[in-house]
Design a protein around this ligand. Structure first.
Ligand code: C2E
Ligand code: CA
Ligand code: CA
Length: 725
């Protein structure tokens, strides 16, 4: 799976970094909290231990003085001491041994009122009184400092304190020995307990502090020591112990657990990030694919599948945008509508695949001719469009049109053979012709129609007169539909066909007339093509046929010629319908002459041949109308079985004007006669034309020289013999 760089950096920025930050912050906060809790617990514990040692020390002092007191207030002691000589044995037993054994006092002295020792007990035995000097300073200083009233006869006095004896810390207790009357006597009891290991051990037991030590200099354990002072506050050294640190203990338990938790959480986060990475990259991948297929769909929606060119929707969109830009900029937009000439022929001849290939090729050729930012699009079928922007003169458009026409006039190679097509172009420009898309399209379409109707392979730039004629056409087309429904303004007129002498009417040609309520008489030359375009021609032709049949009944000696549009001729069931109408109107097919043009032969020779022979078998006569205007008339004549040819009026009227016109007519007549056909000349307007035609060997004549087409009622007048003037 390929991950895009943008997705990677996006993921790192939006997911990874925030998550890592959150983790770091959480872990830091947790670590700090644990550290803080540990330190605080340790600090609290240290404070508590200080208070405990302090209390324990003062308790031990209080006990010591109590122990001393128990002796000092014991009356037998006071009275024994007053009696001389001193009973040392008794004192050993009741003072020295007792205090030592019962309470662990180490030095015990009895002093007189001058602080001279009278009894001395050290380390469990009686010793001579001489050496007391090492005790005198602490004792005197204690007595002085405390200023305790040891005066004889006053109430019981005692004191206790820590002190240094021979630089060793010790508890020193002094009590006045009762004189037997509840007053201080002459003697004082002094006892000492060194703060030695046994003292500290018992203190440790009492205080639950471990490893108590005395140090006169620097304390042993930092943060776990107590400054030993005497009552006056003079420092005597430190008592230190192994500190109990519940915070650290707690940390020792919590620490590893926390570390494991951190590891687990980190691991979970890593796994989560991995999964998130995978699933979101998959998501982004499918989003990418989705947007790719969206883009593809978008492309399909806006492009022609065959050529890949913008389709109608995109062309319209581009045109709208260009028109929007036009408001803000100079220059014009030109919209070129292109319609291929003869494309249908190629399609029919070579098949749809070749047709598709041709369309693709046309697309390529067009794209090569325009500038980068111009649009070439395909509207469908053989219709293309070109949008040009920033045009400054019509000349540029005309040049491009010429280039396009020249380019598409070059042969195309289809299925190995060369084919020619052409193109007609209609152009409309904005803002001159329109600033609205639909209007611009409409006008380009009108120009295209003009280009096509004026002989194809051309371009036309829209001008307002085209619009007028188109509007008029549309108007008329609508009117024609109405006229055809009511038949009120439609009429069939009849023009006589004369014998070659111009004296006798031998037939009639039915010609339709439309008297438009507004525009007056409209020539069938104008509205027949319209009726063909609108699909009304069949209905119209059949109506004329019906009328003509009806009229022909009144004139049994005359043939009746009816014009048949190629569209009508090719329409399905044409023969059957013609036969049916003739039958319904109770006339014979032999009286009817159907005039067709070469146009019916062009697209489907075989089919046309079949229809013609069917018609002839049914008894109809067939005339080839407008002979000489088409492609290779003389050749056709060999292939098609017709009964008559009608030489087009342009030939008739060229007699005496164009040099070899007589020769042409003569050869047509000869050919016709050789095939047993009747040859009729149309458009005879002068007697000299009549004469030339007669000399050429024509059989029948038709033209204004004899009569215009006349209404049904006037036919009778035509038949009255008259002299040609
Ligand atoms: P077309 O079949 O060649 O008809 C002859 C046309 O020549 C008629 O024009 C007629 O009035 C005109 N004409 C006759 N003699 C002369 C003359 O001496 N000089 C000149 N300059 N013209 C002459 P129209 O009636 O205007 O018809 C024009 C065309 O319309 C006809 O040409 C025909 O092709 C078509 N058309 C007329 N009626 C019908 C119809 O009922 N059905 C079909 N399908 N086409 C019709
Ligand atoms: Ca005709
Ligand atoms: Ca004609």
């Amino acid at each position: 799976m390929k991950i895009s760089d943008s997705f990677r950096s996006h993921f790192i920025r939006e997911v990874l970094i925030p998550l890592v930050l959150v983790l770091l912050i959480t872990f830091t906060a947790a670590t700090f909290t644990v550290w803080w809790a540990t330190a605080k617990t340790n600090r609290d514990a240290a404070g508590q231990q200080q208070r405990i040692i302090q209390t324990s020390l003062s308790q031990s002092l209080a006990e010591m003085i109590k122990q001393n007191r128990s002796l000092a207030l014991w009356q037998p002691l006071g009275s024994r001491l007053e009696r001389a000589p001193l009973d040392i044995l008794w004192l050993n037993q009741n003072v020295g041994a007792w205090l030592t054994e019962m309470f662990g006092h180490q030095l015990i002295y009895i002093l007189d009122e001058h602080n001279q020792p009278v009894y001395r007990w050290e380390w469990g035995e009686n010793v001579p009184v001489a050496r007391f000097e090492h005790l005198r300073p602490p004792v005197t200083s204690l007595l002085n400092k405390l200023k305790i009233p040891f005066a004889i006869g006053s109430r019981h006095a005692e004191t206790v304190d820590f002190t240094l004896i021979d630089k060793r810390p010790a508890a020193l207790a002094i009590s006045a020995i009762d004189n037997g009357y509840g007053q201080n006597g002459r003697f004082r009891l002094v006892s000492v307990k060194y703060l030695d290991s046994s003292y500290l051990d018992s203190l440790a037991q009492r205080s639950l502090l471990r490893d108590l030590h005395y140090a006169d200099g620097n304390p042993l354990h930092k943060g776990a020591n107590y400054l030993l002072t005497n009552v006056a506050g003079e420092p005597l050294g430190y008592i230190s112990w192994r500190p109990s640190t519940p915070g650290s203990q707690m940390f020792q338990v919590i620490g590893p657990v926390g570390l494991v938790m951190v590891l687990i959480i980190t691991l979970i986060c890593v796994l989560m990030i991995r999964r998130l990475w995978l699933s979101s990259s998959r998501l982004s991948q499918s989003l990418l694919q989705l947007s790719a297929s969206e883009a593809q769909a978008q492309h399909l929606a806006f492009h022609d599948v065959l050529t890949g060119l913008p389709n109608r929707a995109l062309v319209e969109e581009r045109l709208t945008q260009a028109l929007g830009r036009l408001m803000r900029s100079e220059g014009q937009i030109a919209l070129l509508l292109l319609d291929l000439d003869r494309f249908k022929l190629v399609n029919d001849t070579y098949g749809h695949h070749a047709g598709d290939e041709l369309i693709i090729d046309v697309g390529h050729r067009l794209s090569e001719l325009v500038r980068e930012n111009d649009t070439v699009g395909r509207l469908g079928g053989d219709e293309f469009v070109v949008i040009l922007e920033g045009i400054t003169s019509l000349h540029v458009i005309e040049q491009l049109c010429e280039r396009i026409i020249a380019s598409l006039a070059r042969p195309f190679t289809l299925l190995g053979s060369q084919t020619w097509i052409g193109v007609s172009i209609g152009v409309a420009t904005a803002p001159q012709n329109a600033s609205d898309r639909l209007e611009l399209m409409r006008k380009a379409d009108i120009a295209l129609y003009e280009a096509k109707s004026q002989g194809r392979g051309q371009h036309r730039i829209f001008d307002e007169s085209m619009d007028e004629s188109v509007k008029k056409r549309q108007q008329i087309a609508g009117d024609l539909r109405i006229a055809l429904q009511s038949k009120r303004d439609l009429a069939v007129y009849y023009q006589p066909l004369m014998d070659i002498a111009g004296q006798k009417v031998v037939g009639l040609e039915a010609l339709i007339r439309w008297n438009h309520p507004v525009h007056g008489l409209i020539s069938p030359g104008d509205f027949i093509p319209l009726a063909e375009e609108m699909g009304l021609i069949i209905q119209l032709g059949e109506w004329v046929l019906r009328e003509a049949c009806r009229v022909s009944l009144a004139w049994p000696d005359l043939s009746m010629a009816i014009n048949v549009s190629p569209l009508q001729f090719r329409s399905a069931g044409f023969v059957e319908r013609v036969k049916a109408i003739v039958k319904q109107e109770k006339t014979q097919p032999s009286r009817i002459e159907l005039e067709i043009t070469e146009g019916v032969l062009i697209e489907d020779e075989k089919g046309a041949q079949e229809i013609m022979s069917e018609l002839r078998q049914a008894g109809f006569r067939i005339a080839l109308d407008d002979f000489g205007t088409g492609y290779s008339s003389l050749n056709y004549l060999r292939h098609f079985s017709v009964d008559k040819i009608k030489i087009d009026r342009s030939f008739t009227q060229s007699l005496g004007v164009t040099e070899n016109s007589t020769a042409i007519i003569e050869s047509v007549v000869r050919l016709g006669q050789a095939m047993g056909l009747t040859v009729t000349a149309e458009g005879v307007e002068t007697s000299s034309q009549m004469q030339a035609l007669a000399e050429a060997g024509c059989n029948q004549l038709q033209g204004f020289l004899f009569s215009h087409a006349v209404a049904e009622e006037e036919i009778k007048a035509l038949l009255t013999p008259r002299k040609a003037s």
